[in-house]
Structure formats: structure tokens, C-alpha cells
Design a protein around this ligand. Sequence first.
Ligand code: AMP
Ligand code: GLY
Length: 416
Amino acid sequence: MDRVLVLGQGGREHALAWKLAQSPQVERVFCAPGNPGTAHEPKVQNLHLASDDHTGLVEAVHRLAISLVVIGPEAPLVAGVADRLRRAGVAVFGPNADGARLEGSKLYAKAFMARHGLPTAAYGRFTELDAARAFLRQQDLPIVVKADGLASGKGVVVASSRSEAEQAVDKFLRQGPILIESFLEGEEASYIAIVADGQVLGLAGSQDHKRLLDRDQGPNTGGMGAYSPAPVLDPHMAERVRREIMVPAARGLMAEGISYRGFLYAGLMIGRDGPRILEFNCRLGDPETQPLMLRLRSDLYPLLLAAARGEPLPPQIQWDPRTALCVVLAAAGYPDAPRTGDAIHLPAALPADSKIFQAGTCERDGTTYTQGGRVLGVTVLGADVAAAQRRAYDIVQQISWPGMQFRRDIGWRARA
Ligand code: AMP
Ligand code: GLY
């Protein structure tokens, strides 16, 4: 029986740990640091390791006889934690720092897309205020301004006026180089694949809801909800994304000498001319993971282990045909200044085919409190999107804390 270690502490990692613990091949899942949700999962145990203590991490992996480490968030991947573990002979699911640059630097990602003929928006790269402003004056509106590095969703401004664009340029240039990118029209979707040294095994499609408020209004967030399947990524479109984006990307990585073993996430804009890449991420999406794990029927563990070892992947994965939908419940003040320490009232019991994944929570004396921006992800299966919405919002109604925020329209594009 094998032991797995999941690095991270969000809703994505709770869903991963929950799914991996269901594998008959897995004896125990450790989460570092995990959260109160993972702590209460059968077969799952939290580990307290300082996130920058890489020596301690390698030591713990050996001491606990861990057979696979799955790295959830982008920050440790970009920081080279996978490299460090691989050097110590550990099987790791998650790319090395060279592959994680696809997320860690938007300029690197755009140059990679250009080298491999991947469809994306036209852009300019700027390091000087005057040149950026002069370029802006010649562009149509809306226009998109992006900071180069990791910014947890705060490094992108879609500006509908020139003054808004100039403000973003001023702000982002203070932190480093920027991109000014043409605006793409269409509907967004997430295509995530397991990539292993040129092999691509696509997951089911999903759709995130990045804006804070109903009907996609308000500021961008890490994601207020998600569902799968997403009608915009129908089998025909998913095949195009695989052929036009994921396979050339995976081959491009190989051709550049990058051994990429991990999730590769393409944030897409599906427009009239087909799919265009908005961004690459080097990990699963949060909250897309929550509905994906509820729909996944295949055992996740052997898939990730095979990818981590660079072994052949099966041609397909089994999915529940129903719709899975996740409603994120966020703290008061999210996304700018989330308030912590509010006591959460949780339902005593949950119906079948539903799960509350925890993210920004902590626990004291048997009570759960808010501890971060996105607090819980109420995730359900339903016969269709409408049924999944009813089931999810029935549960949401039974949860409360002061200032709890959530969207009431998760899945609306699938019903429009
Ligand atoms: P990103 O972090 O690059 O995915 O950008 C965050 C969000 O900004 C995306 O989910 C889109 O909603 C929006 N966005 C980014 N780039 C573009 C673009 N070129 N055209 C339209 N919207 C964009
Ligand atoms: N849900 C979007 C992301 O994880 O980047």
C-alpha cells in the first residue's frame, strides 16, 4: 500500500486529497500543511512543515516512505520544489521550475506560444512608461494590461478606457516588465491535461467564474465557482484544443529539453475563430478541481504515479456523465481584504453526491472559523446544470457566517 503527500492547503488540495484517499492502492494521504477539511478526511493526515524548508520536506518524504508527492499550487512549482524532490529520487507530480515558467512568466509563455505556433492574442512587451503609453494610444479598446510575474489573479486589467489602461500600466511597470495585449472576444473555458514528457491526457472541460458578482460583474477573484462539463468545450471543441494547443505545447516542451510531468492548464477564450490561449497554468485550477474530482470515476493515483515516472498514460479517463458544480463561499471583504475569525455555521449532514471542500478555514475547540478569502467550496453532482444548481444552493442556504459572500448564478452560461 502506498503513501502520497499533497502539498498545499486550499480547496483544490482538499479535493485532491479526498480523491487520492479513495484509491485502493493508497494507504494514507499526507497533506502539508493541509487544512481542517483534509484533517477530518478518512485516511488523510496533515503534516506541519514550513513551506520554505525544502530539506525538511525531503527528509519527511523519506522518513514517511512516501511513494508520490503531488504539488498543488503554483508558488512551490515556480520556486523549484519539484526539482529539489526529483534530485532526491522522489516521484513527483508537478513540473520542474523550467516547465512552471509557463505560469511564472507571462512573457516567457507568450514567447513559447509564438515559437510553437499556438493561437493567442497579439501583444507588446514594455519596460518603459513612455513607450508603453505611446503604444496604448494607438490601440483599440478594450485593451488588456498584464504584469509579467505571478500575481494570484491580480496582475491582469481588462481596461475599457484609456485612463484605466494607463493606470494599470503605471502600476504594473513599477514591479517589472508588462504586456499589453489585444482583447479577445468569446466565452472562457478551462482545459486541463495530465502531461508526461510529451503525452497528453485531457481531463473533462470546465468553466470558472472569475468575477466576484453575479453576471460576471465586479473585481476579478481567484474564482467564485466552477462546473463541469462546460457546454462551450463540447467534444468537437475539446478535440480542437487538444490538437491545436495541448499536443503542440507538450511536444514543444520536449523539443526545448523540458521534461514536464504535471497538470497543464490552458485558460481559453473560445471565439468565432476557435480556441485562443489566455494563459497557461502549471497546475490544476481552483475551484475547477472541486467539480472535476467529484466527476472523476477513474482512480487518480495510478494516473499521477505513471505520469510522475514518465510511464505510458492510458488513452482515456472515466467521468460521471452528470454535471458537477461548485459554489465558492468567500469571507467578508474578499478579494481585497478578507476578514478572518468569523465562526462558520455548517450543516449537520449532507445529501449523497455532495461535498463541502474547505479552503480558508481554521478550527478551534470544535468550531470552524474563516481564515482566508475563499473559505468553502460547496460541490455537488446533478442530472444537469439546473439540478446541480438547485442541489448546491440548497446546501449553501444551510451555511452561514457574518459577511459570507457568494454568487447566486454559478453555471449561468450553460443555461443562457
Ligand atoms: P489571465 O490571468 O491571463 O487568465 O487573465 C485573467 C482574466 O482576464 C481572464 O480570465 C480573462 O477574463 C481576462 N483576460 C485576460 N486576457 C484577456 C484577453 N486577451 N482578452 C480578453 N480577456 C482577457
Ligand atoms: N480558477 C482559475 C485558476 O485556478 O487559475
